[in-house]
Write a protein that binds this ligand. Structure first.
Ligand code: S3P
Length: 168
């Protein structure tokens, strides 16, 4: 079984993914970490600055393809994974796509003092991106979980329950 978490930057994919993987005894895979390793850069900001977003997207698709055969895993994707439909086609083979639906207000608060998102530096364009992507996340999702009123542990439990896993 494979669970793929999608959602905007700051929607909690990493935190919730780790908790969920632990609860269900699955491996945890952070797509951004795999991308970073392949890029040979220091961090995501550096990939965007030196290689450009288009290079980042190319590696992202390579990684999505490599994950087709991964089993027993919770995969935390990057917020822009939905910009190329092929990524979702790869990821959803043998997997279920779960969208963590979070308001822009909550996201802004969570990312307030965090500086590692090249596409969240300018809040106005980040909001535009959010509005543009919202229907795409919804469209690809097989399960949608609203996260604003829940803590990470409650979200992980809810996903496990909805997918009929029970949880630990
Ligand atoms: C991106 C989201 C980031 C990372 C990169 C691009 C995006 O991942 O992949 O900065 O386009 O939304 P997180 O969603 O984990 O922040």
């Amino acid at each position: 079984m494979k669970i793929i978490l999608i959602g905007f930057m700051g929607s909690g994919k990493t935190t919730i993914g780790k908790l969920l993987a632990e609860k269900l005894n699955l491996n945890f895979i952070e797509m951004d970490d795999v991308i970073l390793k392949k890029s040979k850069r220091k961090n995501i900001n550096e990939i965007f600055e030196k290689d450009g977003e288009s290079k980042f997207r190319i590696i992202e698709t390579e990684v999505a393809k490599e994950l087709v055969n991964k089993e027993h895993a919770v995969i935390s994707s990057g917020g822009g994974v939905i910009t190329n439909k092929i990524n979702i086609d790869y990821l959803k083979k043998e997997g279920v796509i779960v969208y963590l639906e979070t308001s822009f207000e909550s996201i802004k608060k969570r990312l307030e003092n965090i500086d590692d998102r090249p596409l969240f530096k300018d809040k106005k364009s980040a909001l535009n991106l959010y509005k543009k992507r919202l229907p795409i996340y919804t469209n690809f999702a097989q399960l949608v979980i609203a996260t604003d009123k829940l803590n990470a542990n409650q979200v992980a439990d809810k996903i496990a329950k909805e997918l009929n896993y029970g949880g630990k």
